[in-house]
Structure formats: structure tokens, C-alpha cells
Design a protein around this ligand. Structure first.
Ligand code: FVH
Length: 290
């Protein structure tokens, strides 16, 4: 279905614009539409074809990529004019970030119009699009994946097809983002510790990148422990971790910096210890969160 190398990209925010440009540079005929059409000007100069309306964008290609602010925006754009009716026989490749339920609803809607549906989650910034190691999580029917694969390979070399359940890519995406933002929150607190000690923050970022495999192994271990539901034989008990958290809270007080992040973790650990899991492996905290 992608043999004709025609793709339409609907939504030209920072991410959609890069998707369109990357496909253009890879030899695709790219048709673009955006609510604010001025954002298409640079792409049109580079060879993209501007669509007059969403329906024209849908009619132009067999693969329709949507990358908007949210799934409701995608739906409202595709319900403009005859766009939805024209989706039949094409692949709707949704690269907007959403929840698993958003994805399931979108698949039912697209299939009811006779379109194949593939749900995608870009775990990357616009600058990382088109790189060999950029991960894109995907979910939907095997046929839909096959239809989108060639186009997707241009956008990210690390395609992760998570199976036929439409919500799977969004579940992976949100769970990994949860890990990422947890790390980011911790990094920001670390950056304040660095600033309070007059150390250069970029070195902290560099160090996290350097030791990432060791940190990753710690997270992997907690995943195994939780899956086995066996928290005995602790390498790092809740009590042990609580000592580090208390140190961070005290350091914040001594240095006169914010303590929101360590205080939050301190409270969470306290909840787990109060529930009786203090001597168990850190992952046992999930029992207090269930
Ligand atoms: N940028 C990033 O780093 C992240 C990385 C991970 C994946 N995301 C997701 O990609 C989606 C698009 O993100 P974006 O960065 O391009 O920008 P957004 O501000 O999220 O979206 C802008 C586009 O959405 C259009 N839009 C918004 N509301 C509507 C609407 N009601 N009707 C029609 N279009 C709408 C907007 O149009 P305009 O304002 O230019 O006219 C842009 O095309 C997103 O899911 C990220 O989470 C990117």
C-alpha cells in the first residue's frame, strides 16, 4: 500500500513538521494540512503539497499521519467536510500522544469507516526523528502495521510493534514517560543540590548518561521482583531507601533549597513502611500503591 510513496501529514506543530520534512527528504510525496496553514510555508518551499482542507489531505495518499495536540483534535479535523468518509481503504497512522482508551476508541472509529488503523507513540523529541535508534511504539492489526512499516522506518529506526491490542503502544508510552519524568524530577532536585554546592549541572547530566545502564539494571530488578510478587531477600529495603530520602530532605534544609521532590518520596516510603513493608525490597512499595 505504501509502494506509491505518498503520505499525508495532518498537524504541523514542532513534531508534525519534522515528520513531514523527514519523509520529504526520504523521497516521499508529502501532502500537508494544518489548522494554521502558515505553518506549512517552509515545507511547501521544500516540496510538500499543501492540501486545501483535511479531506484533500486524506484523498492525496494511502497513508494518513495525524500528529496533533490530542485525539479529540484529530477526530474533529477528520470530521471536517468529507475527510472521514474518504478514509476508507487507507491507513490512519495516529502519532498523537494519548491514553490506551483514546487508541481503542480511535481504532473502532477508523475501522467503522473502512480504514486500517495503527496507533503509534513517538518516544522522541522532534530532533531525534529519523535517527536509527529512535523508538516508535506501535499497536494495531498486523495488516495495519505492515501497511505503515516502510513509512515508519523512515521516522525512527527502532520500531517496537507491541501487538494487536490497540491500547498497547499508549500503555508503553505513558509508562515509559512516567519513568522518564520521575527521573527528570529527581534530576532537577539533583541540579539544585549541584547549584547549592556550586557544581556545574551539565556534569550531573553527563554522569547520568554514563551510568544509565547501572540505573537501568536497578529498575529492571524491581520489575522482576514485582512480577514475581516476591519482595523478600532485599538488596535495598524501604528502610534503607528511607535513610537516603531523609538525607536529601535534611540537605535541602541545610542549603535552603526546595524539598518538594524528596519530601514526596519520603511520604511515599513512609506509607509503605507504615503498611509493614519496611524490611522488604523497594518494589514492595507497589503494594501500598495498589
Ligand atoms: N514535541 C515533542 O517533544 C513531543 C515528543 C513526543 C510526542 N509528542 C506528541 O506529538 C503530538 C504533537 O506534538 P507537537 O510538538 O507537534 O505540538 P502540539 O502542541 O502538541 O500540537 C500542535 C498541533 O496540534 C494542532 N491542534 C491543536 N489543537 C487543534 C484543534 N483543536 N484542531 C486542529 N488542530 C489542532 C496544532 O494546530 P495549529 O495550532 O498549528 O493550528 C498543531 O498542528 C502531541 O500529541 C505530542 O504529545 C511531541
Amino acid at each position: 500500500m505504501t509502494a506509491d510513496k505518498k503520505v499525508s501529514v495532518i498537524g504541523l506543530g514542532p513534531m508534525g513538521a519534522v515528520l513531514a520534512r523527514t519523509l520529504l527528504h526520504s523521497g516521499y510525496k508529502v501532502t500537508v494540512w494544518n489548522r494554521t496553514m502558515e505553518k506549512a510555508a517552509a515545507l511547501v518551499q521544500d516540496g510538500a503539497v499543501p492540501a486545501e482542507n483535511p479531506a484533500a489531505a486524506v484523498q492525496a495518499s494511502s497513508v494518513i499521519i495525524t500528529c496533533l495536540n490530542n485525539y479529540a483534535a484529530t477526530r474533529s479535523v477528520l470530521e471536517t467536510g468529507s475527510a472521514a468518509g474518504d478514509l476508507g481503504g487507507r491507513l490512519l497512522l495516529e502519532l498523537t500522544t494519548g491514553t490506551p482508551q483514546d487508541a481503542r476508541d480511535a481504532e473502532v472509529w477508523a475501522n467503522s469507516l473502512g480504514a486500517a488503523y495503527l496507533d503509534g507513540a513517538l518516544l522522541a523529541t522532534p530532533r531525534q526523528i529519523g535517527k536509527p535508534d529512535t523508538p516508535i511504539f506501535l499497536a494495531g492489526s498486523a495488516d495495519a502495521y505492515q501497511q505503515g512499516e516502510a513509512v515508519l522506518k523512515v521516522l525512527g529506526g527502532n520500531l517496537m510493534y507491541m501487538g494487536t491490542a490497540a491500547g498497547a503502544a499508549a500503555a508503553w508510552d505513558l509508562s515509559l514517560l512516567s519513568g522518564l519524568f520521575g527521573l527528570m524530577a529527581g534530576f532537577l532536585q539533583g541540579a539544585r543540590i549541584f547549584e547549592s554546592e556550586k557544581l556545574p549541572v551539565y556534569e550531573l547530566g553527563n554522569m547520568i548518561q554514563l551510568i544509565a545502564p547501572v540505573l537501568g539494571e536497578m529498575v529492571r530488578h524491581e520489575g522482576v521482583v514485582i512480577s514475581n510478587n516476591d519482595f523478600t531477600d532485599p538488596q535495598s529495603s524501604l528502610q534503607t531507601c528511607m535513610v537516603s530520602m531523609a538525607l536529601m530532605v535534611r540537605q535541602a534544609k541545610e542549603a535552603g533549597i526546595t524539598n518538594e521532590v524528596p519530601q514526596f518520596l519520603h511520604q511515599l516510603l513512609h506509607k509503605g513502611i507504615k503498611a509493614g513493608y519496611g524490611e522488604e525490597q523497594l518494589g514492595a512499595l507497589i503494594k501500598a500503591m495498589r
